[in-house]
Write a protein that binds this ligand. Structure first.
Ligand SMILES: *Cc1c(COP(=O)(O)O)cnc(C)c1O
Length: 426
């Protein structure tokens, strides 16, 4: 469910975000530009939380999916916490108004400086991913004379996720402590005066569209909790990560949040633990589109038709990185029965990987027409870069009939002004 809909209005039916025509934003801000719907953010957050009712769960939104301060502030006002993976993300979450008491710090390679920063900031939980990290954090906490609330991130050895590059829960991956080491390390952590050990965490992958691996992971976590408790170790919190997939329009739809909640409650619902989650994509993916203008349409002698957009892989990396599918819609609604033809939809970057779609059927489009790459709110702007010295893609947040540019496009002067010449270059 999202808030991008066709609406009538001059010059005819076209795509709007909430109460704002996308063409108005394109004219005012220029393209390419990300546009986010506040109503969709609020809707997805509410649907996720409500799926567990009447049970209270804590939801720490995974900042890396979309780290826009405006998006974070929107979610913070709804009560969301933040799951962070770097000092920069902790700083962002705090700047957006997420209280430290709702910030979780995860990640496989936290530096000593980042761990120290997280302790100083007073984050609610640090998820430990290895024995070495456990000892590093204990030493830093001892040094500061503070107690760290920690959880152990377990790798339940269940592979899942829409692509090999986003599978995190198998023993082949770099993430988390193996199930066989959990009891020893948990007991170790509990024995250290520098730690308040809250419980266990896991996160098995992203864009998960099947139930079986989720259930298998939750069941494995249940077994571990029971084993720890049988050994006399307290477990009060179980963080089941994020990872639930969203429909991108190319495959059968993933489980709904209600199905997901049922799988959680069926497997661990009776454990008497505080349940915590870290959804990212589920909250923001459908809340955003990448709005782009057609630069030109050209046809090769072979007959292959290319739609060249002003958006590129540096603005939306997912198709190049994960072979990801994004629905592509003309902003001006085509006439009913309009002929569709296959296009390769590409950007201007000098890489063959700069291809958003191959053989995508689209109505006839011409230079200057607007298109929207749908479901681009997650891992879109947050992965964008200035490759090819293209200005960092701007972001716009819509709320009802209002919109605001929440990250302006940098000028070329700003881009070049961030760099310094080496002194010997004069
Ligand atoms: C990326 C990540 C998430 C969020 O994953 P989604 O697929 O966006 O829901 C949650 N937890 C951790 C530890 C992550 O690294």
């Amino acid at each position: 469910m999202h808030h991008f809909h066709d609406r009538p209005g001059p010059p005819g039916l076209e795509l709007w975000c909430e109460e704002v025509p996308l063409s108005r934003i394109a004219d005012a801000v220029g393209t390419p530009v990300y546009v986010y719907a506040s109503a969709t953010l609020a809707h997805h957050y509410a649907v996720f939380v409500r799926a567990f009712a009447p049970r209270d769960v804590s939801v720490a939104y995974a900042v890396k999916a979309n780290s826009s301060l405006a998006v974070l502030a929107t979610l913070a006002r709804l009560g969301a916490g933040a799951d962070t993976v770097s000092e920069g993300e902790i700083r962002r979450a705090l700047a957006a108004g997420v209280p430290a008491s709702r910030i979780v710090f995860s990640g496989v390679g936290k530096t000593d400086a980042e761990l120290a920063f997280a302790l100083d900031a007073g984050v609610s939980e640090i998820n430990l991913e290895s024995e070495l990290e456990l000892h590093r954090l204990a030493a830093i906490a001892a040094d500061k004379g503070v107690r760290a609330t920690v959880a152990l991130r377990v790798n339940p050895d269940v592979g899942a996720g829409g692509h090999a590059k986003i599978t995190t829960g198998s023993d082949e991956n770099k993430f988390g402590v193996s199930a066989s080491e959990v009891e020893r390390l948990y007991a170790r952590a509990c024995a250290l005066p520098q730690f308040d050990v809250a419980g266990l965490a896991c996160h098995i992958g992203s864009q998960i569209t099947e139930f079986a691996p989720l259930r298998a992971a939750f069941a494995a976590m249940r077994t571990l909790v029971e084993r720890l408790r049988a050994g006399g170790l307290p477990v009060r919190r179980l963080d089941l990560g994020g990872g639930l997939g969203v429909p991108y329009g190319d495959a059968p739809p993933p489980p709904t949040p209600a199905d997901y909640a049922r799988a959680v409650l069926d497997t661990v619902g009776d454990l008497e633990v505080e349940l915590a989650f870290e959804p990212g994509r589920l909250i923001v993916a459908n809340a955003g589109v990448l709005l782009s203008r057609v630069i030109q349409v050209h046809t090769r002698p072979s007959g292959r038709r290319f739609l060249v957009l002003d958006a590129a892989m540096n603005d939306l990396l997912r198709p190049a990185l994960y072979d990801a599918h994004h629905a592509i819609r003309p902003v001006r609604t085509p006439e009913p029965g309009a002929v569709e033809r296959p296009y390769d939809v590409v950007g201007p970057v000098c890489e063959t990987g700069d291809t958003f779609a191959r053989d995508r059927r689209l109505p006839d489009l011409a230079a200057g027409d607007l298109v929207a790459l749908m479901t681009a709110g997650a891992y879109g702007a947050s992965m964008s870069s200035e490759y090819n010295s293209r200005p960092l893609v701007p972001e716009v947040l819509v709320k009802g009939a209002d919109y605001a540019v929440t990250r302006p496009r940098p000028s070329y002067e700003e881009m070049l002004g961030r760099e310094r010449r080496a002194p010997w270059l004069g």
